[in-house]
Design a binder for this molecule. Structure first.
Ligand code: TPP
Length: 276
C-alpha cells in the first residue's frame, strides 16, 4: 500500500513525464503517441519499483525490463533520461539520422535490455531471461510490457506456455490493455476477451487492474505466487492526458499541433495544481 504522499508524488511525476513525452514527439517530428501515453503510469511505477542502478546498468542483481511494445519508445526514453541513463543531448537528437534514440529502443541505449519494435518478441525474450535466472538460483525479477494488439502475434502464446512449463515465478507480464491497436479496436481486429481467463488457462496467475491507479499498480507489482508467472492486465486509456487523442485509434501515431501541445501543458498544470 502506498501512502497518500507517495501517490501524489507519483501523479506529479507521471504528469511531467506525459508532458515531456509529447514534447519529445513534437520535437522529433513524430511518435506512437497513443501507446506512449497509455503506458506512462505503468512505466513511472516500474522505474520506481524495480531494482536498477543507472550508474551501473549491467548490475548483476538488477531487475530486468523489456518494453515489448517497442513502438511506444518515447515515454520510455523520458523515463530513462529522468533516471540518468540518457542525457538532454540524447533527447535533443531524437529522430535525427544516426542518433542513439530512434523510433524503437535499441540495446545500444544504456538501461535497455533488448532491441524491440517487431511485435511479439519481448515475452519470449523475457521468458528466456527469467528461465536462465531461475536455473542459476538468482533472485532478480523480470518484467515485460506488451501491448494488447501485440497479442495477435502467435509467438506470445508460445512464450506463455514455456513460462508456465518452467514455473517462472520470477516473471511478471504486464499488458497495456487500452483496447486499441493500429487500425481499430482489438476486439474488432482480433478479439482477446476473456483475456484474464486466457492468461490463466496458459498457466499464469492473472490480475485485472486499473493501469492508471498507482496503488493498484504497486500492489500488482508486489504480487508473487510460488511456481506461477504473473500476468497484470493493466486497463488503460490510449492517448491518456492529451484530450483530443484519448481513446482514438487515429492517434496511434500522430504529432500534435503546437496548439494541442499547449492545451496538454495547460491541462497538466491544472491537474497538478488540483492535487491535494
Ligand atoms: C511484427 C509487427 N507487425 C506489425 C507491426 C506494426 N505495428 C506497430 S504498432 C502496432 C499496433 C500495436 O498495438 P498494441 O499492441 O495494442 O499497442 P498500443 O495500442 O499500446 O500502442 C502494429 C501492428 C510491428 N511493429 N511489428
Amino acid at each position: 500500500m502506498l501512502n497518500s504522499q507517495q501517490i501524489k508524488n507519483l501523479k506529479i511525476q507521471a504528469s511531467e513525464i506525459c508532458e515531456k513525452t509529447v514534447e519529445l514527439i513534437c520535437s522529433g517530428g513524430g511518435g506512437h503517441i497513443g501507446g506512449d501515453l497509455s503506458e506512462v503510469d505503468i512505466l513511472t511505477s516500474l522505474f520506481k519499483y524495480m531494482k536498477h542502478d543507472p550508474e551501473n546498468p549491467e548490475w548483476a542483481d538488477r531487475d530486468y525490463f523489456i518494453l515489448s511494445k517497442g513502438h511506444s519508445a518515447e515515454a520510455y526514453y523520458i523515463l530513462l533520461s529522468e533516471y540518468g541513463y540518457l542525457t538532454e543531448e540524447n533527447l535533443g537528437n531524437f529522430g535525427n539520422f544516426g542518433a542513439l534514440l530512434g523510433g524503437h529502443p535499441s540495446k545500444k541505449i544504456p538501461g535497455v535490455e533488448a532491441n524491440t519494435g517487431s511485435l511479439g518478441h519481448g515475452l519470449g525474450l523475457a521468458t528466456g531471461i527469467a528461465l536462465a535466472l531461475k536455473k542459476n538460483n538468482k533472485k532478480n525479477r523480470v518484467f515485460v510490457l506488451t501491448g494488447d494488439g501485440e497479442l495477435g502475434e502467435g509467438s506470445n502464446w508460445e512464450a506463455l506456455m514455456s513460462a508456465s512449463k518452467y514455473k517462472l515465478d520470477n516473471l511478471t507480464w504486464i499488458v497495456d490493455r487500452n483496447f486499441l491497436q493500429i487500425s481499430g479496436t482489438t476486439e474488432e481486429v482480433m478479439p482477446l476477451e476473456n483475456l484474464k481467463n486466457k492468461a490463466e488457462a496458459f498457466g499464469f496467475k492473472a490480475l485485472d487492474i486499473n493501469g492508471h491507479d498507482f496503488d493498484q499498480i504497486f500492489t500488482a507489482l508486489d504480487t508473487r505466487v510460488e511456481n506461477y508467472p504473473i500476468c497484470i492486465i493493466a486497463n488503460t486509456i490510449k492517448g491518456k492526458g492529451l484530450a483530443c487523442a484519448e481513446n482514438k485509434a487515429e492517434w496511434h501515431h500522430k504529432t500534435p499541433t503546437p496548439e494541442q501541445l499547449a492545451e496538454l501543458k495547460k491541462d497538466m498544470a491544472a491537474y497538478r495544481e488540483a492535487l491535494v
